[in-house]
Write a protein that binds this ligand. Sequence first.
Ligand code: FAD
Length: 407
Amino acid sequence: MKVAVIGAGFSGMLAAYLLEKEGIDVTIYEKNEYIGGHCQTIVSKNVYTELGTVFSFSKNIKELLIELQVDYREYFIYKNYIDENCNCVEHMSREDVSLLIKELDRLKLILSNYPESLKSINFGYIHEDLMVSFREFAKVHQLKYICQIITPFLSSFGLGSIDDLQAYYIFKVFDLNTLYSFIRGDKLLSFNKGTSELITKLSQNISDIRYSLEVKNVEVVDDKVKVEVAYGSEYFDKVLITTKLPRDVIKDKLYNQLMKKIETNPFIAVAYEVHNRDLATTYYKANLGKKGRIQFFFSSKQNNRTTLVAYAYGTISKEIIDGMTKDIERFGVNIKQLITVKQWYIFPHLKAENLTQDFYKDINDRQKTSNIGLIGSLVTEPSIDNLYVSVKNSVNEVIDYYKNHFQ
Ligand SMILES: Cc1cc2nc3c(=O)[nH]c(=O)nc-3n(C[C@H](O)[C@H](O)[C@H](O)COP(=O)(O)OP(=O)(O)OC[C@H]3O[C@@H](n4cnc5c(N)ncnc54)[C@H](O)[C@@H]3O)c2cc1C
């Protein structure tokens, strides 16, 4: 059996790695001359700076890191919240936290009404109550403190505002466990040599990676799938797509509808070297959710050098970068130099008005019969710990098919 995977981000690399481990012939296509997608680490004399994925929950992914001997550590992340005058303020007072805990108990009961929508790891059927914007849902159920705790994380995840995002999507990304973990302040896992080490180790186990080959056409022809790039085409028994493709690349009406509707937010990461200081991860409360304004920064100290990476919504302009630099300096950080500026398009998601209750259910049903499959952040919450489980499940279905039909 021959499988093609489109996109060499974490999802595609993991899928190819797991398939090849089972002896399946797999080809991975990547449009860029580099792999990793949203996992990109820059290195300078033993200093590793993440421009994309930084931390991971560790529940599931640890087994992969151990298997590949990827260096990681787990630690508590300290967070500052600052107001418009750069004074440190509490994100939530003690009284607010105790009210939040009561609200979470109530939320648990509310969400227990929607097991069909919220239980599965991938997106699926959406109960009509969850089709509304998160702000509306929170208003109806009086979830004031849950709104308050989620807002900075929406900004830091590059997801945008609670007005644009549907309650369903929010509860898929911030399930009860995640919300409780924010209060408990659980440890997070980070990669000592950057997420790029994980991608490199996966690549060392994948035989056929095609670089700088953008897939332009995916089409079922008889019982095969044709994958076309600018310089030719090849036929596969199964194709797994991990990424948003331009409209009409996939010759499948339903999948193509999904591609047309997916939105991604422009998000900017700016890395600086700063004079040595211990800096906690800092959220700019007055800016949260605002375009073109710094949302938060985190810093890391390695080999006596401190790097700081700051984030804002928007497309890169000198004005935005200058504004971010000023806001960091206003907080008292002494910047040594700018290292790099990177434009991201982040978190494929669908606006509420573009969804029907059965949209993802129909996609899941199509996956059962089609030899084109959608995996990774197209069909599930895009955090790498969650992607690990979801991609593994998708790949296991392909492996079962292989064992039943080809062995
Ligand atoms: C700034 C930032 C910070 C983040 N922080 C975290 C974090 O701390 N923790 C966490 O868990 N997650 C984080 N994420 C999210 C996480 O990085 C992503 O969800 C995850 O890496 C997505 O991986 P993926 O493989 O599904 O998609 P992608 O990384 O988007 O990979 C898709 C790949 O497909 C390629 N491609 C696109 N079109 C084509 C085509 N036509 N032909 C061939 N190839 C194509 C792309 O070039 C890309 O390499 C962050 C993301 C960003 C941007």
